[in-house]
Design a protein around this ligand. Structure first.
Ligand code: BJ8
Length: 425
């Protein structure tokens, strides 16, 4: 299998030397951060396996699909509607961009004062170290933050890229623009795949993507229990894997995990004692293998019980109404659902503040940690409003700005310790 993988990576144009370095670095980190946890649900075994074989079986599957004529569409943002990709019999793959490894490679081209997520994703392509990127026929970018949209222009010199225009406001005009963008995306995908998106196919794809949302909602609901039945690190991993694993398999595995975790809740079993301080993390997404903040918090004695982020609630909170009807009507329903993603790229974005307060109550947290990547101006600026909203509600907040390196880990640990001391019951 290992030899097969090497041959596949070589065929994909992967830089094997760099790739070996990355692959050798991951297992000890995973062992330290994940496998050292006590009393994990057995259902996490599947997700351990997926990460352990991160560039193996799934890439082989995608390659096989591609050889059979299926289009692979890579994405970086939860604004790109998977429903449309699936309805055209193509496969959407959410690309990860959570490692420091690819950051220095990107810095050969991009300005250093760019957020780590952008640099990491670009570095994967520039350094030819991600087989998912190499397997994909098209990368779909978006006009969310400035850094991303300008990076996509440069990325287009290395890979086919299509950009969706995400509006910056939530007015009716903006909604109409977005509906037009989603309709245009349908045409692009139909052309790329050569497959027509019919009403029936779109309904089925909508149900499937909703099923994934329902499974993740179910998992998150268990985290409202005290004691919490699954660690924040494990829940984060499930969401991260859901971006790129086969969707039907993922739904099955998440639901199997939920069966087990719900039993824990019924028995009052948890992974941490009931008096453990409960924390909501809110802010920038955390792509694989960015587990830094969760790890610091949970090894300092906190339980992360929810993520208000695109690798959390923003990914799966709202369903697309499964009303069927003509393709145009379904496209509008899909577009409207995506406009409910309260990314900090919108102005104003009061709904996100409401979400944070609501989630803090629903998950009965003792405090919120606002997380933003260094040089992410949208989330950093919005943190000012988050701080005011939480202050009004009497909910303690810790603001964290960091990157993918471990340089500030000690400093972060000290700040987290002080915060937990303050919120401990
Ligand atoms: S919908 S949060 S996935 S854009 S952290 S690259 S914003 S400078 S990732 Fe995002 Fe879509 Fe919004 Fe979600 Fe820019 Fe900030 Fe970097 Fe960011």
């Amino acid at each position: 299998m290992a030899t097969d993988n090497r041959q596949m990576w070589a065929e994909l144009g992967i830089d094997l030397k760099k790739h070996d370095m990355l692959m050798n670095a991951l297992p000890p980190i995973y062992k330290d951060i994940y496998l050292s946890q006590k009393n994990r649900p057995k259902g996490m075994g599947f997700f351990d396996f997926v990460v352990g074989d991160i560039h193996g079986i799934r890439v082989q599957e995608l390659r096989q699909h591609a050889k059979n004529g299926t289009t692979v569409v890579a994405t970086y943002c939860v604004f790109v509607p998977d429903e449309i990709v699936l309805a055209a019999d193509a496969i959407p793959v959410g690309l990860c961009a959570g490692t420091q490894f690819s950051v220095p490679i990107a810095e050969e081209v991009l300005p250093r004062n760019t957020c780590a997520l952008i640099k990491s994703s670009f570095g994967f392509k520039l350094g030819r170290i991600c087989p998912y990127v190499q397997t994909s026929h098209l990368i779909v970018g978006e006009t969310t933050c400035d850094g991303k949209k300008k990076m996509f222009e440069i990325l287009a010199e290395y890979h086919p890229v299509y950009i969706m225009e995400v509006p910056n406001k939530k007015t009716q005009r903006s909604r109409d623009l977005w509906r037009g963008e989603v309709a245009a995306f349908q045409e692009v995908i139909e052309k790329q795949t050569g497959n027509e998106i019919t009403a029936d196919k779109l309904s089925k794809a909508t149900r499937l993507v909703n099923d994934r949302r329902r499974a993740l909602q179910r998992l998150y609901n268990t985290r409202k229990a005290n004691p919490v039945p699954i660690s924040g690190k494990d829940a984060l991993l499930v969401t991260q894997v859901a971006f790129y694993d086969d969707i039907s398999r993922c739904i099955k595995q998440v639901n199997a995990l939920c069966d087990e975790v719900e039993k824990r809740v019924a028995k009052g079993e948890g992974v941490f004692p009931a008096k453990t301080p409960r924390v909501l993390i809110s802010g920038s997404p955390m792509a694989i293998p960015n587990w830094k903040l969760h790890h610091i918090l949970e090894t300092a004695g906190a339980a992360v019980v929810c993520e208000e982020s695109c690798t959390g609630t923003r990914m799966f909170s709202d369903l697309v109404p499964e009303t069927g009807g003509p393709v145009e009507e379904q496209i509008k329903a899909i577009a409207d659902r995506y406009m409910q993603i309260h990314c900090a790229c919108f102005t104003p974005n009061e709904e996100r503040l409401d979400d944070i307060v609501r989630l803090a109550r629903e998950y009965k947290v003792d405090g919120v940690v606002h997380y933003n990547l260094q040089f992410c101006h949208t989330y950093a600026n919005e943190a000012v409003k988050v701080e005011k909203a939480l202050e009004k509600e009497g909910i303690p907040l810790l603001r964290v700005e960091t990157d993918y390196s471990d340089e500030d880990a000690g400093q972060l640990r000290t700040r987290v310790d002080a915060f937990l001391e303050m919120i401990r019951r």
